[in-house]
Design a protein around this ligand. Structure first.
Ligand SMILES: Cc1cc2nc3c(=O)[nH]c(=O)nc-3n(C[C@H](O)[C@H](O)[C@H](O)COP(=O)(O)OP(=O)(O)OC[C@H]3O[C@@H](n4cnc5c(N)ncnc54)[C@H](O)[C@@H]3O)c2cc1C
Length: 384
């Protein structure tokens, strides 16, 4: 990435890069193999400002902007995509509360998230029966005096067993004719009575990231923890997901970068038919294609981040970046396994992990189909 970056962006990228190389990469294989949540790494990330990159300094963030955030996510993801999941969701929660919270909510929760005091944040929107169609959610929140009482089930909550602060979506009014309008968002602290964390999912990839179902049964949340107004929740979910898509696009770029670097290194040391793999034109073209597509994905991602930072509309651009980068990462990781031959298929080399980690990127935070729907809607709307 050779773009003209400002001093802050260069500093954040360098900080994330050295941290990723020294602390994150050496443990990535272990975290994957043992499904170990990298708690100690998040504490250090909090100290470095990587959990609140685009959060104002007065709320404990780095205040470094959306472009810096994308660059930092790329660096951490190159080392370990699992670790990057917790980083992404924590930044997302911190930014959402900073943007939509009351003064008291901002002061109480954003510094905890950005500093790592809460360890990580979690984002509980999906339910067992609905992910893409989030407005179909059924978790209920009833107002009882100065509290809301939550009942229902959430599915696929990243870091759900470890998060000190969660944002949880629930229905405060019946779905009726307009299901989106009855949804509200709540800040839930730690592990309150009435919340049961289920068994972690046994995933194909991202095995160092914790993914759990949550069950709310009469779980009481103080009324002051309503984020935004009653009925404002769906809008807030979309707001958070728009920024979140830049995070997943960055994650995809990071994993593809790791796959390319591994392929280049391997192709230079392995020989066949008396020459290096790197000397076969078929494999050179393959690496050229990965590098070109990666460059395009990085530019799409940074464009979306730049628009966000400039306060401009970035819905279409964030979806384009997420769509292209996640599909590109799968192609890149698949080719990386091919370049490694049989060694690509065993865990002695990291490319099999990259392929498993990349697979989910076209699914979470809006599938590729949903991104195409968003992009099409935006371009048709712009055309009048
Ligand atoms: C590892 C992991 C971590 C996750 N972390 C979180 C998290 O932290 N918080 C959270 O809330 N959620 C999380 N999710 C959930 C994730 O966001 C959903 O899985 C995703 O949004 C897809 O929803 P779904 O699984 O219900 O699939 P479905 O919505 O059932 O979709 C199934 C298929 O149908 C397609 N489809 C659906 N609707 C349409 C349509 N209108 N047109 C065309 N095709 C369509 C989809 O694209 C997909 O191919 C996570 C998921 C995973 C796997």
């Amino acid at each position: 990435m050779d773009l003209e970056l400002n001093e802050t962006q260069k500093l954040v990228r360098e900080t994330a890069r050295s941290f990723a190389r020294e602390k994150v990469a050496p443990r990535a294989k272990l975290h994957d193999r043992e499904e170990r949540f990298p708690a100690e790494i998040y504490r250090q990330m909090g100290e470095l400002g990587l959990l609140g990159v685009n959060v104002p300094p007065q709320l404990g963030g780095a205040g470094a902007g959306a472009v810096s955030y994308a660059l930092a996510m790329m660096e951490i993801s190159t080392a370990c995509a699992s670790t990057a999941v917790g980083m992404a969701v924590t930044n997302m929660c911190a930014e959402l509360i900073a943007e939509a919270g009351t003064e008291a909510q901002r002061k109480k929760y954003v510094p905890r998230l950005a500093s790592g005091e809460a360890l990580v944040g979690a984002f509980a929107l999906s339910e067992p029966h609905c992910g893409s169609d989030a407005a179909a959610l059924r978790t209920r929140a009833r107002r009882v005096g100065d509290r809301y009482v939550l009942d229902g089930s959430k599915q696929w909550v990243s870091s759900g067993a470890f998060a000190g602060v969660m944002v949880v979506w629930a229905r405060t009014a019946p779905a009726g004719d307009s299901p989106r309008r009855g949804i509200s968002c709540f800040i839930v602290e730690g592990n309150p009575p009435g919340l049961t964390v289920g068994k972690p999912e046994d995933k194909m990839g991202l095995r160092g990231s914790n993914t759990v179902p949550l069950t709310f049964e009469g779980c009481e949340v103080p009324a002051e923890n309503l984020l935004g107004k009653e009925g404002d929740g769906f809008r807030l979910a979309l707001l958070a997901l728009q920024g979140g898509r830049i995070g997943i696009a960055s994650q995809a770029c990071g994993v593809a970068r790791a796959a390319l670097e591994a392929s280049v290194a391997y192709s230079k040391q392995r020989t066949a038919f008396g020459q290096r793999l790197a000397d076969f034109q078929a494999l050179r073209f393959c690496m050229a294609n990965i590098a070109t597509e990666l460059g395009a994905a990085e530019l799409l991602t940074l464009r979306a981040a730049w628009l966000k930072e400039a306060g401009q509309r970035f819905v279409r651009e964030a979806s384009m970046a997420k769509l292209f980068a996640s599909e590109m990462a799968q192609r890149a990781c698949d080719k990386a396994v091919q370049i490694h031959g049989g060694y690509g298929y065993i865990d002695e080399f990291p490319v099999e992990r990259y392929l498993r980690d990349a697979r989910v990127q076209t699914i979470y935070e809006g599938t590729s189909e949903i991104q195409r729907m968003v992009i099409a809607r935006e371009i048709l709307k712009a055309a009048g």
